[in-house]
Design a protein around this ligand. Structure first.
Ligand SMILES: *[C@@H]1O[C@H](CO)[C@@H](O)[C@H](O)[C@H]1NC(C)=O
Ligand SMILES: *[C@@H]1O[C@H](CO)[C@@H](O)[C@H](O)[C@H]1NC(C)=O
Ligand SMILES: *[C@@H]1O[C@H](CO)[C@@H](O)[C@H](O)[C@H]1NC(C)=O
Ligand SMILES: *[C@@H]1O[C@H](CO)[C@@H](O)[C@H](O)[C@H]1NC(C)=O
Ligand SMILES: *[C@@H]1O[C@H](CO)[C@@H](O)[C@H](O)[C@H]1NC(C)=O
Ligand SMILES: *[C@@H]1O[C@H](CO)[C@@H](O)[C@H](O)[C@H]1NC(C)=O
Length: 658
């Protein structure tokens, strides 16, 4: 008995001990693996884990450590777990306000260091250099509340630094010696500071500097610009009133210059010996393209892109183009230009895009062979009423024509034939624009032109893919207006035209895939046949009561998107069509606004709630009524018949008896 008891007690103790140990092991496990850093080969990803230091269990030899979005405050050898093999350290968005001086001395492999979004202004207040940063090539100090002079403590000893971001700090002045400890810099970003002053020579000793971003600062004037090696300079969003290069003949490497959103009243004075390709001077107060006050002539023979939109230009004289013969893109939108002409053959041979939208153009002239490469022309928002009617036939590469918001008329086939050289002088040239035989035109935007008619064969021999005729209320389409487009037209936009019925047969347009007929007064669907391949159809906001069943059945096979909200549809007259829509793969994006009218409901019913039985009930009531009526008639007839027969029988019986 005793023995047995002892044994069982011992067993119990053993069991207890085992339990205890396994418990301890279990509770110890999380402390052995305190974080859930993801380790992929030599990269440790520990972002957003509320860490205050590097987890100690990271494998030796980690090369990339992402510790962004954590709670690191004190950056010391302990917090970095003595990781010295790092190549890339990301400490973005922590709360670092202390860095152990000399911490990075032993990190001889560290090339990329991201310290953005911390409290490095507090670190700088201790007035000790954090360096040296022996191997660091890319350093991000953005969004750290640093003000003038504070960056010195981070840059003092950074011989390998190539790429520096000081974006979104509070720096007001770049002193002469700011970058004297980092002479290898290639790219500096100072975007979004409050720089007002750049001391003479601040960037001069940076022989490798090729990119400088000074956008969104408070610089008012650049005189004697002499950074010959710079390739990209961004001075957008300052308060520049003057940009002037030095007047030497030294060669400049500058390729990209962004001077947009400043206050310059004159065209900038650019380096004479230049290879500038890209110039943005949009959103300034420039009134003339002739150069700077001194009117030096400067040839921008490599310029490909010029944006001069949102200025106060009244004209762009043709002689200006003599100096920009490589131009490919010209944006002169949103100025006050009232006339534009290109008459010389040799000037703009390479231009692909011209944007003259939102000016006050009254006249526009392109002579033959002057714009052989022009593909896209923006003329919207100009109130143009007359144009030389054959102007677009002179653009052999034109593909996109943006003519919305003007007052143009489309020529008839008769007017298309007018040739000044063939007709006698007395005949007035037509006051319309011809769109026939524009051999390369594919996209034509003619919305908001107060167009009242679209004549027959208006686009003959023009391979239009897209035609936008929207917002021309009262537009009367000739029944043959779209003929010639049978095999090319893909998109047809007829939005807000107050059309009550289409007299043009859209079913002949075999390529048509996208049709917008929204906001009109249509009472019936255009007819389509089996050959149609409509993919998207917008019927929103019309007067449609019924959707013709056979047309819906035809459309079903190709249709992918159908808009049909805001129509006075009848619920029960459309049961068939609605069923077709429900059963097909068609998406109805505006389904929430698609309602129909049902006599039993005072409010329109959402079509998703319409059921066959809703309509059958109404129908079967009538049916029952008719059946009952017929039965009643039949019964009364039968009754009459029976009565009749009986009386005859009686007579007969009487007779027999008699
Ligand atoms: C960070 O982690 C918290 C909680 O784990 C989560 O709610 C949050 O969405 C994460 N933030 C980001 C940017 O991943
Ligand atoms: C950081 O260091 C300071 C002293 O340098 C100390 O007072 C503070 O508690 C430390 N903070 C953390 C989170 O270790
Ligand atoms: C320069 O540094 C910025 C910020 O860290 C980074 O986004 C960019 O990719 C770097 N560029 C090069 C060329 O290293
Ligand atoms: C210049 O900086 C502005 C503002 O940051 C930016 O929008 C623009 O794209 C930059 N320009 C170039 C040429 O990079
Ligand atoms: C021309 O500049 C305006 C205004 O900045 C812009 O909206 C438009 O898209 C530009 N045009 C082209 C063709 O890029
Ligand atoms: C649309 O046409 C109707 C009938 O012709 C007319 O009464 C109405 O004013 C027109 N609406 C507009 C916006 O032109």
């Amino acid at each position: 008995m005793t023995y047995q008891l002892t044994v069982s007690t011992m067993n119990a103790f053993q069991l207890l001990f085992l339990l205890l140990v396994s418990c301890m092991v279990a509770s110890a496990r999380p402390s052995c693996h305190p974080s859930s850093c993801q380790v992929v080969q030599m990269d440790a990803l520990c972002s957003n884990l509320s860490l205050t230091s590097v987890p100690v269990n990271l494998p030796r030899g980690v090369q990339m450590l992402d510790l962004s979005r954590n709670q690191v405050q004190n950056l010391t050898q302990e917090t970095l777990a003595y990781c010295t093999s790092l190549h890339h350290l990301n400490l973005r968005s922590n709360k670092i306000h202390f860095i152990q001086p000399g911490l990075f001395r032993d990190m001889t492999e560290l090339k990329v260091l991201d310290l953005s979004r911390n409290h490095l202004n507090v670190v700088a207040l201790s007035k000790t250099n954090i360096g040296p940063l022996i191997a660091v090539e890319s350093l991000d100090l953005s969004s750290n509340g640093l003000y003038t002079g504070m960056s010195d403590y981070f840059l003092a000893d950074s011989p390998s630094l190539e790429n520096l971001s000081l974006n979104s700090n509070s720096i007001t002045k770049i002193a002469q010696d700011t970058f004297s400890g980092s002479l290898g810099l290639k790219k500096i970003s100072l975007h979004n500071n409050v720089i007002m002053e750049i001391e003479d020579g601040a960037f001069d000793s940076l022989n490798h500097l090729t990119e400088l971003d000074l956008s969104k600062n408070s610089i008012t004037c650049i005189t004697n610009f002499n950074l010959y090696n710079l390739k990209v300079l961004n001075l957008s969003k300052n308060s520049l009133e003057l940009f002037q290069s030095d007047s030497s003949d030294t060669f400049y490497n500058l390729l990209h210059l962004d001077l947009s959103e400043n206050k310059m009243p004159y065209f900038p004075c650019l380096p004479r010996n230049n290879v500038l390709k890209y110039l943005d001077i949009s959103q300034n107060q420039i009134q003339t393209v002739s150069e700077c006050p001194e009117k030096k002539t400067c040839v921008l023979s490599h310029l490909r892109y010029l944006d001069i939109s949102y200025n106060q230009l009244r004209s762009v004289p043709e002689c200006f183009f003599c100096s920009v013969r490589s131009l490919e893109i010209l944006n002169a939108s949103n100025n006050c230009i009232d006339s534009f002409s290109v008459t010389s053959e040799s000037l703009l041979q390479r231009v692909r895009i011209i944007d003259l939208s939102y000016n006050s153009l009254q006249s526009l002239t392109f002579e033959e062979n002057t714009l052989p490469s022009l593909e896209e022309l923006f003329l919207q928002g100009n109130d143009l009423t007359t144009l030389d009617h054959q102007i677009f036939q002179r653009l052999p590469s034109i593909k996109y024509l943006h003519l919305q918001k003007n007052n143009l008329k489309v020529c008839t086939s008769e007017q298309n034939k007018y040739r000044p050289e063939l007709t006698d002088q007395k005949q007035e040239p037509p006051s319309c624009v011809s769109f026939s035989s524009v051999g390369s035109l594919q996209f034509l935007y003619l919305s908001e032109n107060n167009l009242l008619t679209l004549p027959a064969n208006a686009f003959a021999d023009t391979p239009l893919k897209l035609l936008d005729l929207s917002l021309n209320p009262g537009l009367d389409l000739d029944k043959d207006s779209l003929s010639g487009l049978e095999h090319s037209l893909d998109w047809l936009l007829l939005r807000e035209n107050n059309i009550s019925s289409l007299n043009t047969d859209l079913s002949t347009l075999r390529s048509l895939k996208h049709v917008d007929l929204s906001t009109n007064r249509l009472t019936s669907l255009p007819r389509w046949n089996k050959e149609s391949s409509i993919e998207s159809l917008n019927l929103q906001n019309n007067n449609l009561v019924t959707l013709e069943y056979n047309t819906m059945l035809t459309l079903k096979s190709s249709l992918k998107t159908l808009y049909m909200g805001s129509n006075p549809l009848s619920c029960c007259k459309n049961i068939g069509s609605l069923y077709v829509v429900q059963q097909s793969a068609v998406v109805v994006p505006d389904i929430a606004t698609v309602t129909c009218i049902h006599e039993e409901f005072s409010e329109p019913v959402n079509i998703e709630k319409v059921t066959v039985s809703m309509c059958h009930t109404a129908g079967s009531k009538g049916y029952i009524f008719i059946v009952v009526l017929t039965l009643l008639v039949l019964m009364s007839m039968l009754a009459l018949l029976v009565k009749c027969c009986r009386s005859r029988k009686r007579k007969h019986n009487r007779g027999f008896r008699a």
